[in-house]
Design a protein around this ligand. Structure first.
Ligand code: PGA
Length: 254
């Protein structure tokens, strides 16, 4: 899976153009059943992008960047699952580090959202990742494990198998710095093992674990060649059709 997180960039008009440009670059790859391409515009762009995906019959997933867990109610500013499924959203990013840092997201709210996304028939892309201080203290493994145990708590084994987890070291996001592919793979393998301990070996085999943080066309295939990395969550490089397409093409070879 290669998912593009557009963050707080693109108006709906710009988003419609971007998805068309991506589709043009990926004409053949979109029909490769071994590759899932997902784009995640801001809320205001979802309808326009969804219309392009539908009218052009694009084999592409459509994701939101967040969602509230309640079905409806007096929750000013919030967006529900039903509002997203109406627009044919298939995925929702949950617990991105920027949501944790700026919007008070916790492992507990992440878990509520993961459940609500599944209940609505969509696929959560649940994010985890450590700060540089945690990494320097050699506490990455235990920190990530606790994020997974709390964030993915209470699922069925079948849901756990359909979960997508994005491992995004916070210090690598938007910084141009990345862990070595081997050290990223050490963490994604530990994530898979944690899911295995919680939900059994089939779930561990099927859960998709992505790497995210400064993924570019130049480094994507190095990450994709690692055995426990099943794709990428891409931020900055997802805003240009050619660089996002180059990353998706690199994933096609996996
Ligand atoms: P980046 O962002 O690719 O710009 O580092 C990744 C992300 O935040 O999902």
């Amino acid at each position: 899976m290669v998912a593009g997180n557009w963050k707080m960039y693109t108006t709906s008009g710009e988003g419609a153009v971007l998805v068309q440009d991506i589709a043009e670059e990926l004409e053949r790859e979109l029909d490769d059943n071994a590759l899932d391409v997902v784009v995640c515009p801001p809320f205001t762009g979802i309808k326009a992008v969804s219309t392009v995906v539908e009218l052009d019959h694009l084999n592409m997933g459509l994701g939101a960047q967040d969602m509230f867990w309640e079905a409806e109610g007096a929750f000013t500013g919030a967006i529900s699952a039903r509002m997203l499924t109406e627009l044919r959203c298939t995925h929702v990013i949950v617990g991105h580090s920027e949501r944790r840092e700026f919007f008070g997201e916790t492992d507990e709210t992440v878990n509520k959202k993961v459940h609500a996304v599944f209940a609505a028939g969509m696929t959560p892309i649940m994010c985890c990742g450590e700060t540089l201080a945690t990494r320097d203290a050699l506490e990455t493994d235990s920190f990530i494990r606790s994020q997974i145990v709390a964030g993915a708590a209470g699922l069925s084994a079948e849901q756990a198998a359909r979960l997508v987890i994005a491992y995004e070291p916070i210090w690598a996001i938007g910084s141009g710095r990345t862990p070595t592919p081997e050290s990223a793979n050490d963490v994604t393998r530990a994530i898979r093992a944690t899911i295995g301990a919680m939900y059994g070996p089939p779930a561990a085999m099927q859960v998709r674990v992505l790497y995210g943080g400064s993924v570019k066309p130049e480094n994507a295939s190095m990450f994709f060649s690692e055995p426990d990395i099943d794709g990428a969550l891409v931020g900055g490089a997802a805003l240009k059709a050619d660089s996002f397409a180059a990353i998706a093409k690199a994933a096609c070879g996996k």
